[in-house]
Design a protein around this ligand. Structure first.
Ligand SMILES: [Zn+2]
Length: 114
């Protein structure tokens, strides 16, 4: 799968049966690609990803650094866990607070690391 300049290898696993999977379902990835760290995997097929970013504050004409949380769909064939560094792709709205999907795990969390 090619998104912009990024080539994403589909996972080795076979069909995961998830409609919201970008490889086996009917979800198209378009728009932004983001990198973040999974901070919660307690929801079913959804993870919370934290991202460091600078956001412009017009009132002070300055950038404010902060950590922003994004909810992302975590298809069973990717199966990201807490501590993993993941690549997210923007999709259509998948749930009330979800419009990103985990495309791949860039770096697995080390054993015991949260
Ligand atoms: Zn899948």
């Amino acid at each position: 799968m090619v998104i912009g300049n990024e080539v994403i290898e589909p996972p080795q696993k076979e069909d995961c049966g998830d409609k919201k999977c970008p490889f086996h379902g009917d979800v198209t990835v378009r728009g932004q690609l983001l990198v973040g760290r999974v901070i919660s995997d307690r929801m079913q097929r959804t993870v919370v990803v934290a991202r460091e970013a600078a956001r412009y504050v017009p009132k002070y004409k300055r950038y404010m650094r902060g950590t922003y949380k994004i909810h992302a769909h975590n298809p069973p064939c990717v199966n990201a866990h807490v501590g993993d560094i993941v690549l997210l792709g923007e999709t259509r709205k998948l749930a009330k607070t979800v419009n990103f999907v985990v495309l791949k795990i860039i770096k697995k969390a080390k054993e015991g690391e949260q």
